[in-house]
Ligand binder design. Sequence first.
Ligand code: C2O
Ligand code: CU
Ligand code: CU
Length: 479
Amino acid sequence: MARSRIDRRDFVRTIAVAGGSLAVAGLVPACTGDASHDHALMTEPTLARGGGGAVTRNPLRTPPAVAPSGLTLRAAPGTASIIPGKSTTTWMYNGQFPGPTIVAESGGEYPGVTFQNGLTQDSIIHWHGLLVDSPNDGHPRQVVPPGGTYGYTLRVAQRAALNWYHPHPHMMTGEQVYRGLAGAFIVRDGVDTGLAGNAFGLPVGEYEVPLIIRDASFDSRGNFQFSNKSSGFWGNMPLVNGTVGPYLDVQKGVYRFRMLNGCNARVLRLALNNGGAFTLIGNDGGLLDQVYGVSEIVAAPGERFDVLLDFQGLSAGATVMLRDLDAKWDVLEFRVIDSTPSGSLPSGSLSTIAALSNPVTNRRFTFDGMTRINGKVYDINAIEFQVPFDTTERWTFVTNGNGPHPVHVHGAAFQVEARRGGRGRTFEWERGWKDTVLVHDGETVDVLIRFTAHRGLYIMHCHQLAHEDAGMMANFEVV
Ligand code: C2O
Ligand code: CU
Ligand code: CU
């Protein structure tokens, strides 16, 4: 297939308005993942080298969108067609790999959300990024046994953002997430409505696509290979929304991609093969202060990135590849189809982010080896520290071997203030509100944090899931 180059001016060009359908549940329906696609892709050297023109790719799946009210999420084993012609034993929510995309409204109260544990081990769902009260946060103490259920009421009172949900049982999160238990959780609000006519003309409907990017390894029969060694599991190929070697047909318009690094351990360095820039508009905590053009994004497990891509300047048949520069992987191919150019990129300011300042307390957390925070392996029954409600603090995350450590905090969003050592700076995608920040080995990262949502029991931990499972986690209480 012919390739063409986009230059930066095309990405920055501003033209008319996009169409596209709409609605809270306006995300594209799932591909059924039929087994009719060619097997050539699975010759791993081709995939690893990437870029070859002869590779047969598979249409990107998009999980179905669901509303949270009265939603039952049942985790259970099943089979999914991931590798063409093979079936893979997976653990799934509601038989979907990945799980359905939940779409909620800020200000909404959603009772009757039920987790059913159809696994043969304990589990619980945590809503990563949702600032919910402690009984609804999915703390590891709240696990339910096989056959058990847990009822949630989700009161969503935060900015629009891409969040996600996944299991959080102590010592078993890595395997459960790896085998397929994860899904996107989109929050809308009055600005970022997900509807046509929204404040910044952000793409909606089929032009807004969640991308859950993760790695995996399969044996020759198509089943997952996995080991939970604490150095972390690194798969040997990327999946996007559970699709191996995906492509997406794109109109000559502006698209919004809601990207999540859903890997157990791998840090991705995302870029476009043509040198084009991402128009970065948001991250873990929603819209940034303004639009940024970035040519690569370093994405750690648990982090989210909201980017726009403008395909208007390309001709039909052109392709653009989303790549991981570190693994040298082709992650997702965009194929431009013959259509009339439409849409526009926002420019300038997007939101006002009130800066946290004047911390009254400094706390220091060292992430030691692969199992400890401040020298301690996780004790599920302990409360390691107490944080006063509605008070700004500076938390300093220090690495001390075996990074990278993506540090995640439940119960509040934070602002990344500074990074010393290592990369020595903060990045555009770390502006605004975050709940997960990458601390590479040799780095020290300061964040400002203020718990304004709820008092109660929460946790902080490394989101390298093998580190988390091995004990790199700490309970605290907001009082
Ligand atoms: Cu994504 Cu404590 O988790
Ligand atoms: Cu979380
Ligand atoms: Cu870690």
